[in-house]
Design a protein around this ligand. Structure first.
Ligand code: A4P
Ligand code: MG
Length: 186
């Protein structure tokens, strides 16, 4: 079945996280798979970061990163593609919120869209409260990036006091993909 595409491209920021089954390898493979999605081009990826787990469950340290794509996919088609990659990584949804996972791909931003659908909220509702998202995002986002409805990235990051639990991994440097241009409009 054809994947729904739009005529113009939009910048989409994807948050990646893993804390099971060799998290670094999970993220490196997932970035490669994001680059291969139909109608999508990988523009940049952040370093990989080791991050202290957030949430009520005792679980291993996470590895987190952010990637930015240009995409012709609609937001729902892109989310479906992300969930397909999660499934390919053996992600099991057992209903446990914030539990350990082989791969979590969150659609953080889709251009400057604000959206509230049963299965998709844009921007991602938790992103502004999570240093493990904001730190890698700030590494690859243009200066002055605005998170629609939430404020500018620099201000949101400055307000976080949970940045200490985050450290870049030595071999997690960006691949040198071209840096993104400012968020495109719809
Ligand atoms: N959904 C709605 N909007 C979006 C969006 N913008 N992007 C829906 C992605 N999904 C979105 O997600 C639950 C539902 O959210 C989906 O059905 C989707 O349609 P999920 O991935 O199935 O479940 P989840 O990830 O367990 O739940 P949740 O609440 O999204 O967890 P989070 O927010 O992803 O948190 N600590 C560290 N250090 N690093 C981490 O990466 N991650 C989590 C999980 C907890 N602690 C962590 C980390
Ligand atoms: Mg998720």
């Amino acid at each position: 079945m054809a994947v729904p595409e739009r005529r113009c491209t939009v910048l989409a920021y994807i948050g990646l996280g893993s804390n099971l089954d060799d998290p670094r390898a999970q993220l490196c493979r997932a970035i490669h798979e994001l680059a291969g999605l139909p109608g999508c081009t990988l523009r940049a990826r952040s370093s990989l970061y080791a991050t202290a787990p957030l949430g009520p469950v005792a679980q291993p340290e996470f590895v987190n990163a952010v990637a930015v794509l240009t995409t012709k996919l609609t937001p729902l088609a892109l989310l479906g593609a992300l969930q397909g990659i999660e499934r390919d990584h053996g992600r099991v949804r057992d209903g446990a919120r914030w539990g350990p996972r082989t791969l979590d791909l969150d659609l953080l931003l889709y251009g400057d869209w604000q959206l509230q659908l049963p299965g998709l909220t844009l921007p991602h509702p938790e992103m502004a409260r999570r240093a493990f998202v904001l730190v890698p995002l700030a590494e690859i986002a243009p200066a002055g990036l605005l998170i629609p409805g939430q404020g500018d990235l620099a201000g949101l990051l400055a307000a976080r006091d949970d940045r200490d639990g985050i450290r870049p991994l030595p071999d997690g440097a960006p691949t040198g993909a071209a840096g993104p241009s400012p968020l495109s409009s719809r």
